[in-house]
Each structure stands twice: as C-alpha cells, then as structure tokens.
Write a protein that binds this ligand. Structure first.
Ligand code: UDP
Length: 239
C-alpha cells in the first residue's frame, strides 16, 4: 500500500533538456509521457502538483547574447520555448486523464490562460495540475527562479528539482567516480559553496520563504512518488 505523502503541495521543476531524451533538440514525446506518468502517480497519492518546465531544449537567451544578439529578445524567445514545452507536457498529462491547466506569465489568451496567483492557487486547491509557462515573464531570469517564485506564491511545501543525477554531489559524478552524494544540506551551504543545483536567485528565494529543495533524478521512473512517500534517493536542502 502506498505510504502517506510527506508533502501536500509541491512544485516540480524540470529542465527543457529533460524533455529532449536522446535527441539533440526538441521534445521526445515518450519522455514527456514518462514525466507525466510520474506526475499522475503523485496526483494519485493526493499530492497537489505545480510544474515549471524550462526551455533549454529549444532556446536559450544567453546563447543569442553571446553571439552579439539582443539578450532581451533572446530571453523572450526562451520564455516562448517554455510555453511550447508546457503545452507538450499538458498534452501528455491530459492523455493520461490528469486534469491539467497551463497558466502563462505572458498573456496569450488564444493558447492558454494567463497566470495569476489567485487562479493558480484555486486550481491547485481543486486538484488540477498547474503548469506555469513563460518563466517569470521577465528577461534576465531563469525557469529555476520562476519555479522558486511560483512555489512561494502557491505556498508549496517543497520545491522538487528534477536533474540528470540523483542529488547534489561534491563534484560532477559523471566525471569524478569518487564524488560524494549529500543527503542533506542547508540553503546557506548550497549558496556559500556555490553548488550548481539551481541558480543563486532561486536558492535565495527558497531560503527566504523556508521552502525545502529536493534534488532528485528526473530519469528515475517512479522516483518522484517514492520521495513524496519518504523513500527514494535525493538530496534535501533545508535550513
Ligand atoms: N527565460 C527568461 N526569463 C524567465 C525564464 C526563462 O528570460 O523568467 C529565458 C532565458 O532566455 C532562458 C530560457 O528562457 O535561457 C530558457 O529557460 P532556462 O534556461 O531556465 O531553461 P532550462 O535550462 O531549465 O531548460
């Protein structure tokens, strides 16, 4: 029997690359379906789930700026990329019968509803999965920061960061075989040691709002539900 979840409401952040699978670009629908299945499992435990998905599989604003382009326009393109990914994930969730809504930080009423804190909270109270598209709606930010911001706005009990590996390591475990995985860290330790888990703005925002960050592998099937039940491998960042 499934254990009772340790969090009631969570915000899941997945990078755009997570949707890419083994392709070099874009969306692998089978990967979107797998991530959606993990979210569906969390819903079946009664956990309220908000999602922020990045856009790096399609576009990064900094890439434009580094080639002498206009950073703000590049960031606008990056935020639009997150809308594409959000629609893909909604499609996968709806296919599985999960009631899902996309709320965008940038108004595009023909495509999805616009974000408001009240609407988002209301939908989550009703048990709908809410996908927050368009990042923060502002250039010079990232979807990590958007995830921490939305987590604070909807009163999430934890911010889940789905990554390529199963937690925060002392060094890149793909390069250093002897890298140590941390079980627990404080927000301050992550900031002071410059551990590359989420950007500084996101970690600082989570810290100020007492939101634990759970770093786990997005590729571990069922891993999300396991951690929600107090099992599974992850690093917990909390003060
Ligand atoms: N972006 C932005 N403001 C935001 C969120 C994202 O300008 O609030 C842009 C930025 O250009 C970024 C791109 O969208 O490079 C994709 O987001 P991110 O790099 O966070 O995606 P991920 O790495 O998670 O796939």
């Amino acid at each position: 029997m499934a254990g009772a979840p340790i969090y009631k409401r969570v915000l899941l952040k997945a990078s755009g690359e997570a949707l890419m699978g083994n392709q070099g670009f874009g969306i692998d629908v089978s990967v979107a379906d797998r991530i959606a299945a993990d979210i569906a499992e969390a819903r079946s435990l009664g956990v309220e789930v908000g999602v922020v998905i990045g856009g790096g599989n399609i576009f990064r604003g900094v890439a434009v700026a580094s080639k002498g382009g206009d950073r703000v326009t590049g960031d606008h393109m990056g935020m639009l990329a997150t809308v594409i990914n959000s629609l893909a994930l909604r499609t996968s969730l709806v296919k599985m019968g999960v009631d899902t809504v996309v709320l965008s930080a940038i108004a595009m009423p023909e495509i999805c509803e616009s974000f408001s804190q009240r609407q988002a909270t209301g939908y989550m109270d009703q048990g709908k999965v809410v996908i927050f598209a368009g990042g923060t709606g502002n250039p010079f930010f990232t979807t990590d920061s958007a995830a921490a911001l939305r987590a604070a706005e909807v009163g999430a009990d934890a911010l889940f960061k789905g990554t390529q590996v199963d937690g925060i390591y002392s060094a890149d475990p793909k390069i250093h075989a002897d890298a140590e995985r941390y079980e627990r860290l404080t927000h301050k330790e992550v900031l002071d040691q410059g551990l590359a888990v989420m950007d500084t703005t996101a970690v600082a925002l989570a810290r100020e709002n007492n939101i634990p960050i759970i770093v786990y592998s997005i590729h571990e099937e069922g891993g999300f539900a396991d951690i929600l039940q107090g099992k599974g491998r992850c690093t917990t960042v909390s003060d």
